[in-house]
Design a protein around this ligand. Structure first.
Ligand code: 5RP
Length: 236
């Protein structure tokens, strides 16, 4: 079973969580895209939902599917957010931001009564950190911010290389909010809460990709022969 099939299997399991009339946070990335396609089918079949997209890419995908949208300003409280993740540990702590949407993803998830992650089971890890941790930073003074982030990393018991993310043309990648991303290649993050607190204390850091105490459940799809075995971490 291919990775896209597993993503679709996780997205399929999330669809029944969406109830008529819900205000729905809609995530970013390839797994979220599988969910958006399925949600579009349900909307065209008569389901009534209002979505709040977590990125411009997701907004465009939802518009193509005919999913009604609102902004978080119009709908500051959401019922449910469905989103992907780059890593999920056993305590439902996440790394997100591989798609550079972590700021809007975190704002939307925190505005939701529940957040459910959809992912292939390869995203499940014992210790966070093999996936480079994205940190969104203001462009002003980015060199100084990078040094301060290096110090924060060291103070929280981690070590590794910090790399500014570039786009396909080689320019500094800019997020939907016009910020840059620093990817922290740490290998492992023994104390995510400590690192989170240290990063937030750095002026210039807009947000980081550690989602701690935010996700309520994760739907994980693993290959089981020709089929997908879907398991749930936490409570749906
Ligand atoms: O955090 C994200 C985007 O900022 C995505 O949810 C994360 O990168 C997972 O993406 P995919 O479903 O394509 O593996």
């Amino acid at each position: 079973m291919s990775a896209p099939d597993l993503k679709r299997a996780a997205a399929e399991r999330a669809i029944p969580l969406v109830e008529d009339g819900m205000r729905l946070g809609i995530g970013t990335g390839s797994t979220a895209a599988a969910f958006i396609a399925l949600l579009g089918e349900r909307v065209r079949a008569g389901l009534s939902v209002t979505g709040v997209p977590t990125s411009e890419a997701t907004r465009l995908a939802c518009e193509r599917e005919g999913i009604p949208l609102a902004t978080l300003e119009e709908l500051p409280e959401l019922d449910l957010t469905i989103d992907g993740a780059d890593e999920v540990d056993g305590n439902l702590r996440l790394i997100k931001g591989g798609g550079a949407a972590l700021l809007r993803e975190k704002i939307v998830a925190v505005a939701s009564r529940r957040m459910v992650v959809i992912a292939d089971a390869g995203k499940r890890v014992e210790t966070l950190g093999a996936f480079p941790l994205p940190v969104e930073v203001n462009l002003f003074g980015i060199g100084a911010t990078l040094r301060a982030v290096e110090a924060a990393v060291a103070q929280s018991g981690c070590a590794g290389e910090i790399v500014r993310r570039h786009d396909a043309s080689g320019a500094t990648l800019l997020t939907d909010g016009g910020h840059a991303i620093l990817d922290l290649r740490l290998g492992r993050i023994p104390d995510p809460e400590a690192l989170s607190a240290r990063l937030w204390a750095v002026p210039g850091v807009v947000e980081h990709g550690l989602f701690l105490g935010i996700a309520d459940a994760a739907i994980l799809a693993a290959a089981d022969g020709e089929a997908a075995a879907v398991s749930v971490l936490g409570r749906l």
